[in-house]
Design a protein around this ligand. Structure first.
Ligand SMILES: Cc1cc2nc3c(=O)[nH]c(=O)nc-3n(C[C@H](O)[C@H](O)[C@H](O)COP(=O)(O)O)c2cc1C
Ligand code: SF4
Ligand code: SF4
Length: 254
């Protein structure tokens, strides 16, 4: 029987998705894809056995797994092997992989392999520009191949980077809103992974719900959705100053 391979990701600006797909493409089997960026997909229930293989990717936010309530609640593993991906904006992943591995263990998954990969930073496309490169995608494919090979024998989870307790969240003080050029098209509300935009009033944002992922900014066809705060410009300037000189390579954990 062909192995069922499930490629699962939370990816507001699609960097994580690119890597999850590259890992999945290197693994033989019957493939399906689940987009946990969509709230309606997260509300469904997904059951797995030890004969499944899951690839799960998230972006790193503040060195952690994104603070999305019940992010993995729909997942039910049965001693299911999982390949974990932390995709980040060329700073650090800090504790994201250990946190993701712990969350998965609590839901019946066993970490088979993991990797960290750079994608463009949500707050500035100059940081992580051009990633994934061909070398990045080759590393992602290597992760998929080596994880599949590992699965053919008795295996142990890899040692992962990061600490427990995990570092504190430092939620950014800014979030995007629409300006006077908003046409009310609703694309931003449809793109928002946490339903922080009311489709009836799409210029506004629920700042408590908003995770600062900027999916709405990317989705807005008129450039109406923007972050105006001075704190955002200062953060962008700092990121561009600190993170554009060196390119961090992919790291694989097997
Ligand atoms: C709120 C927030 C916090 C972030 N924190 C980090 C971080 O701690 N380290 C880092 O390297 N990148 C960080 N990033 C950048 C993202 O991890 C990176 O851009 C990632 O590729 C986004 O994934 P996506 O394209 O799948 O949405 C952060 C982005 C956001 C929106
Ligand atoms: S409102 Fe916030 S959470 Fe929703 S898409 Fe925009 S930045 Fe992301
Ligand atoms: S996507 Fe832009 S134009 Fe469309 S409703 Fe949202 S803010 Fe307005």
């Amino acid at each position: 029987m062909e192995q069922r391979v499930t490629a699962l990701y939370f990816s507001p600006t699609h960097g994580t998705r690119a890597y999850v797909r590259a890992v999945a493409a290197a693994i033989p089997g019957e493939h399906r894809e689940v987009d946990f960026t969509r709230p309606e997909e997260r509300r469904k229930e997904y059951h797995f056995t030890e004969n499944d293989l899951v690839i799960l990717g998230v972006p790193v936010y503040y060195g952690r797994v994104p603070e999305v309530e019940g992010l993995l609640d729909g997942l039910h593993g049965g001693n299911t092997p999982v390949i974990l991906l932390a995709v980040y904006g060329n700073r650090l992943i800090d504790d994201a992989l250990v946190e993701l591995s712990d969350l998965c263990a609590a839901r019946g998954f066993r970490t088979l392999a993991a990797g960290s990969f750079v994608a463009p930073h949500t707050f500035s496309a100059k940081v992580g520009k051009g990633r994934p490169s061909e070398a990045d995608l080759a590393a992602a494919a290597e992760l998929g191949r080596r994880a599949a090979d590992k699965l053919s024998g008795a295996w142990e989870p890899p040692a992962l980077p990061g600490n427990r307790p995990y570092r504190d969240f430092q939620r950014a003080p800014f979030y995007p809103e629409g300006d006077g050029s908003c046409t009310g098209c609703g694309a931003c509300a449809r793109a928002c992974p946490v339903e922080a935009i009311d489709p009836a009033a799409p210029r506004e944002t629920d700042g408590e719900k908003c995770i600062r992922c900027l999916a709405c900014v990317h989705a807005c066809p008129t450039g109406s959705r923007r972050v105006e705060a001075a704190a955002f410009s200062a953060t962008v300037a700092h990121l561009e100053e600190a993170l554009t000189r060196t390119e961090r390579p992919p790291e694989l954990y097997l």
